[in-house]
Ligand binder design. Structure first.
Ligand code: AMP
Ligand code: ZN
Length: 489
């Protein structure tokens, strides 16, 4: 079967629409990146992982993807954080860009093709604001420039909000400022205040408002109209609504063909967010759990659904990864041992790949894709432990084909990219550390047990095995000798 057409939920239409790239075979995607005033938390990490997998999958399907994810390095929150630490705002932002990159590497996120920064896009931002004023949808007021929402008929078409509701109160808006013609108008350019970073402009020294940066960066790198625009749900309003107004108000063209929004990661029933203070830093989580374990946890739920974080869920995800890697270790040992000639296969390994593509093509249904992954691993174990056919060559050939299916899924998901032994040993090291086990003692007890077995002192060998078990160590006798792991609870 050829892979099915990809359909994507478009927030604008509130429906799944076929992915129809502007240029056949190419996809341009812009994802709003981090505001770099602090360490990235698991909520941010979930959204960035979702788009990472979406980009991987599109590439696996043969699309040439141009992936742009910006850094917001000029912003009120950065200025506030810098005032607290006594750093220059641009220096503080640069420091957190480096921290973000270190964390993103640990999480094995793809490097975007372009990671532009606001501070490096000022001329384009100014040019865009000049155009908006010329088009009559923005106005200068003192040293500030505002977007005049009443002049842009499409305002609120993305968030489906009502302008009257915004005017009556509620919502995230800037209330103060008689200098605005309408309280819902938003800043494109803000006059410089002492101690803030500022640049020269036709309106005097100042800095960009929040939203204009993404309009400038997306058109700079992807053109005035591009394919996909992503971010978390919280960005629909005001950020994306305002971005849309600015871009379309300037170019008169559709900004993007499909708006994608990821659901929140919650902690104890509330959205994980820096402002609520209920955050787990990505780097702290990666001390306890492996990057692929965390990625697996994120992928257990559809990207648009809410996902609840807990230590237990993370622990379970890593346990599941252990099962996958143990399976791959066994499979790879089998495959290393023999050559398998081409020929007919047992069952239809391809059906797992078909299920996988069916799920991923349906608005990137991660959970459905993982169930196809589970299917292929169950089949691998079945073939190794209880082969339903006696023909060893046939079993081997089928293992080769299933291993290739895993490889293809792995590439699209960013999972199982490590050598199984390395992953399993690293997992064991983390468990040893968490449990405070003494590795030298474990290995001495294993050596004593092997000596007892060699001397045919089986009661002593059994006693030593039981003793190890009581400390949480499980031993496995394999053709390569005795191996051990920390037993899962
Ligand atoms: P920020 O650095 O706050 O601008 O956020 C960067 C990205 O993370 C945006 O796409 C947000 O929508 C997303 N984000 C923030 N908090 C969460 C959360 N709890 N769950 C999922 N995504 C989030
Ligand atoms: Zn943005």
């Amino acid at each position: 079967m050829s892979a099915p057409e990809i359909r994507v939920f478009n927030t604008m239409q509130q429906a799944k629409v076929p992915l129809a790239p502007l240029t056949p075979g190419k996809v341009g995607i812009y994802v709003c990146g981090p505001t770099v005033y602090s360490f990235v938390h698991l909520g941010n990490a979930r959204t960035f992982t979702s788009f990472d997998v979406i980009v991987r999958y599109l590439r696996a399907r043969g699309f040439a993807v141009k992936y742009v994810r910006n850094y917001t390095d000029v912003d009120d929150k950065i200025i506030k954080a810098a005032a607290e630490t006594g750093e220059e705002p641009i220096a503080l932002a640069a420091r957190f860009v480096r921290e973000f990159e270190a964390d993103a590497t640990k999480l094995r996120l793809l490097q975007p093709d372009v990671s532009p920064k606001v501070s490096e896009t000022i001329p384009e931002i100014i040019a865009l604001i000049v155009k908006l004023i010329a088009n009559g949808v923005a106005y200068q007021s003192g040293g500030d420039v505002y977007f005049e929402v009443r002049k842009f008929p499409g305002y609120l078409k993305l968030s489906k909000k009502k302008l009257d509701d915004l005017l009556e109160g509620g919502g995230e808006r800037e209330l103060k400022g008689e200098e605005k013609r309408n309280p819902a108008d938003f800043a494109l350019w803000k006059a410089a205040r002492p101690g803030e970073p500022s640049w020269d402009s036709p309106w005097g020294k100042g800095r960009p408002g929040w939203h204009i940066e993404c309009s400038a960066m997306s058109s700079k790198y992807l053109g005035e109209t591009f394919d996909l625009h992503g971010g978390g749900l919280d960005l629909i309003f005001p950020h994306h609504e305002n971005e849309l107004a600015q871009s379309e108000g300037a170019s008169g063209k559709t900004l993007c063909n499909c708006w994608m929004h990821g659901g929140f990661l919650d902690l104890e029933g509330a959205k994980m967010s820096k402002s609520l203070g209920n955050v787990v830093r990505l780097r702290d989580a990666l001390e306890k759990v492996d990057a692929e374990g965390l990625r697996y946890f994120f992928l257990t739920t559809h990207y648009r659904q809410q996902l609840a974080f807990s230590d237990k869920a993370l622990h379970d995800a890593e346990g599941r990864m252990e099962y996958f890697y143990e399976t791959l270790k066994k499979v790879d040992e089998r495959l290393d041992a023999k050559e398998f000639i081409a020929g007919p296969l047992h069952g239809e390994p391809q059906r797992f790949l078909n299920d996988f593509h069916a799920a991923m093509s349906d608005d990137f249904n991660f959970a459905g894709a993982l169930s196809a992954v589970s299917g292929v691993f169950a089949e691998l174990n079945l073939l190794m432990d209880k082969p339903p056919v006696k023909d060893k060559v046939l079993v081997g050939r089928t293992l080769v084909a299933l291993r290739e299916v895993v490889r293809q899924m792995s590439k699209a998901l960013g999972l199982f990219e490590r050598k199984p032994e390395d992953w399993l040993l690293a997992r064991r090291d983390r468990q040893v550390k968490a449990k405070g086990l003494d590795v030298a003692k474990v290995e001495a007890a294993i050596a004593a047990r092997n000596a007892a077995r060699a001397a045919k002192n089986f009661p002593e060998a059994d006693r030593l095995r039981a003793e190890l078990k009581a400390t949480g160590v499980e031993i496995m006798d394999t053709p390569r000798g005795t191996e051990w792991k920390v037993a899962s609870e």
